[in-house]
Design a binder for this molecule. Structure first.
Ligand code: NAI
Length: 350
């Protein structure tokens, strides 16, 4: 039986990389009924559809409803203007669907030359509050504020999620990155909740803490010191890109946004306007997000065939990259589409 999955092409390189990922997933044997819905500037350009109750053309109600129905989506990046304009569609989607946990595995890939080998870190980012609450005020001309929000409920559930994830996957240690020496109340609450939640997992998972500035130095000196990193929203965003840089960049770092109502899989990277529409983008991060999605569907919907398809795709891209068949960001010469076609050919030979 085909599994319905929402596909959101997004903006910039989004349509190129989601189309490449979709074609590889379709060739892997996973039987998916793709339901294409829009978000971001792409949705704005389409206009609000008749009958759509939403007044927000950037994040149509129909897109959110489709995700709530299928409970799973593969999403391309969406543009957020800098320093003005509309607020982030990505943040809105995570908040409105309560996708409270971002999971971002960062792993070295054989064949990608980087400073370190054997990097294997999973970042767990709180996705719904912190400075991303978007509460900014002009106090008086020339004086503005941005409010950092931390709630005990969100701090506890993200910590619990991290420990449960570690336990399920046999990971050894969760390290909270924080700045509770300065933000004593907000980050203080975050680590207090993590410590308390850890009590129920103390026999299976270690827990420790590091002040984030020192943590940044330690991780770029020796990433093997870290196994899982637990962060509030902004720190998780920054650590994701920093860690991407350890393993070959944004072209190879996938992600998932997970909540009780569903899961949206998307790469860590953005819309890359500098290379959009030029067949230069690496679709691997999006495809790896797709692999995470297949494993998630496999587990949550009892579909071992999806987990087998995920393993086949990993086998195909691992082999391609070892043979230096890859996009320019990884030192190869292939375009977005050609790389996807290489993977489809390899899948056919497996
Ligand atoms: P970006 O991730 O789009 O690009 C940063 C650099 O990495 C650029 O040089 C780009 O060419 C390169 N890059 C990114 N993805 C790549 C890929 N797949 N293959 C090869 N090179 C790649 O970050 P930037 O420029 O800060 O943001 C651009 C836009 O994307 C902004 O509007 C931002 O708000 C949005 N964004 C959206 C996200 C999402 O939808 N989840 C996440 C991050 C940013």
């Amino acid at each position: 039986m085909r599994v319905p999955v929402v596909l959101i092409p997004g903006d910039g390189i989004g349509p190129e990389v989601t189309e490449a990922a979709r074609s590889v997933i379709d060739a892997s044997g996973a039987s998916i009924e793709w339901r294409v819905h829009h978000a971001g500037v792409a949705a704005l350009e389409q206009g609000v559809k008749p009958g759509d109750a939403s007044r927000n053309a950037l994040l149509p109600e129909s897109t959110k409803e489709a995700i709530l129905e299928t409970r799973v989506a593969l999403k391309g990046p969406c543009t957020t203007p800098i320093g003005g304009g509309f607020s982030s569609v990505n943040v809105a989607l995570r908040k409105e669907l309560d996708l409270f946990a971002a999971v971002r595995p960062v792993r070295s890939i054989d064949g990608v030359d980087t400073r370190f080998t054997g990097v294997d870190v999973v970042i767990i980012r709180e996705n719904t509050e912190g400075l991303y609450s978007g509460i900014e005020n002009v106090i008086t001309p020339g004086v503005v504020t941005s409010l950092k929000v931390a709630t005990e409920r969100a701090c506890r559930r993200i910590a619990r999620f991290a420990f449960e994830y570690a336990k399920e996957r046999g990971r050894k240690k969760v390290t909270a990155f924080h700045k509770a020496n300065i933000m004593k109340l907000t980050d203080g609450l975050f680590i207090r909740c993590a410590r308390e939640e850890h009590a129920a997992f103390a026999d299976v998972v270690e827990y420790d803490e590091v002040i984030i500035d020192a943590g940044c130095m330690k991780i770029v000196q020796d990433p093997s010191r870290f196994d899982m990193i637990l962060c509030e929203n902004l720190y998780g965003d920054l650590m994701s890109d920093l860690c991407a840089g350890l393993v070959g960049g944004l072209g190879v770092t996938p992600g998932a946004n997970i909540g009780e109502k569903g899961a949206v899989f998307e790469a860590v990277h953005g819309t890359a306007p500098d290379i959009a529409g030029q067949d230069k983008a690496n679709p691997l991060a999006m495809l790896m997000s797709g692999v995470m999605m297949l494993n998630h569907v496999g587990k949550t919907q009892g579909r071992p065939d999806f987990e087998r398809a995920a393993a086949r795709i990993r086998g195909a891209y691992d082999a391609a990259i070892r043979s230096r068949e890859c996009t320019r960001d990884l030192g190869g010469s292939l375009g977005t589409r050609a790389f996807a076609d290489v993977l489809i050919n390899r899948l056919a030979q497996l």
